[in-house]
Design a protein. Structure first.
Length: 133
């Protein structure tokens, strides 16, 4: 399952529906928990991400987590877990042309996840940030 925040595109040829994700999260489920497997902005969509911030008035990762938490509550789940970046495939093997950028990319990922988790009241536990809902 993927949760996406989308923006109607000016050019409907971008995809068959005329919409494209700006930011997204991959989620999975355990018996009583929703697992956020990844949070990411979409490549080459920085302008749209800045525009999104103007409308939601909070950093987009925080807003996306809020939407995920609401979904988890509606499903009757008891907690949300965010996988820490160091456990992710694309953290370990980023898809970048310039390998010199990898340390900076990892640092940004770690900071984004840490800040979003802290802002939403998550606690670090092992390979996850965890929040009871």
């Amino acid at each position: 399952i993927s949760i996406k925040i989308e923006k109607e595109m000016l050019d409907p040829k971008d995809n068959e529906f005329g919409h494209s994700a700006i930011v997204e999260a991959r989620i999975g489920f355990e018996r009583k928990a929703l697992i956020v497997e990844a949070i990411q902005g979409v490549k080459n969509r920085k302008k749209e991400i800045r525009e999104l911030w103007k409308h939601i008035h909070v950093p987009w990762p925080n807003y996306l987590l809020e939407q995920i938490e609401e979904h988890a509550r509606a499903c009757g789940l008891k907690q949300v877990k965010i996988r820490k970046p160091a456990t992710l495939y694309y953290y370990k093997k980023p898809a970048v042309e310039n390998r010199d950028n990898i340390p900076a990319i990892r640092k940004r990922m770690e900071e984004m996840y840490r800040k979003a988790a802290a802002a939403r009241g998550y606690q670090a536990e092992g390979a996850f940030y965890i929040k009871k809902i």
